[in-house]
Design a protein. Sequence first.
Length: 276
Amino acid sequence: MPLEDDTESLPSSALGALDFLVVEGLKLTRPTAGRGWRRRREERVLLEDLSFTVQKRRSYALVGEDREAHFALAAALLKIGPAAAGSITFAGIPVLTFDSQRFRAVRKRIQAVFPESYGQLPAALTVREAFREVLGVWCRRASRDEKARLVDAVMIACGLPEAVQDLFPAELDAVERQQVALARALLPGPELLICQGITEGLDAVQRAELCNRVRHLREEFRLTLLVLADDLAMAHQLGDDIGVLHRGRLVEQGPASRLVSRPSHDHTRRLVAAAA
């Protein structure tokens, strides 16, 4: 079920040139316990001087070994986590300088799916109730019929049978829970979908199945996709472009096919060799 898009009338050449998400000089940290008798507060740098651009309806995959850094980046993009320095611009909007009230309208346009282990689905709610919760926040003006049609559309797109709606997360397998999380993220009609570690804990067959699903959803819902992963194979499957993180810094980025076939940084070469 395609979502409305205000760039529909643009020629493809102009559409491809739109810098939809721009991250510049981003620094992310987290506090750590101080050492010594003074216990002075210290900070661990998760990401340093991170810069990348994602064009509208394209996909960008960041590969790095630090999952905490991935989550911190997703949190900063969603404005639920702090940034120590730098800027994030989404569709021309300076994310970090917006207060929470002004950002609310923007937040509907950015949704995220996290690792299954994060417990992103409310354990006490059935799938139907979890969907209703999201619709109550983001689609309050929609009629009951409109909400039902939207739920049906995302369920079908995510490969979920109707009977799943009456089940609790614990009654689903790991892939089904991620499919429900994807469906839930699509309900508000996002333009940018962040997928952080969505295949963690899955076997090779399940990972391939879920990645294929995400690729299908990206096309059907005309999404811009940001993938945060520690798996180069997943990044290659989902990203038009790939950036490689090492020790908190971006060491290489470029078109996925070029980066995988002709890596220029030693760390990227090691990742390619490990994935072979």
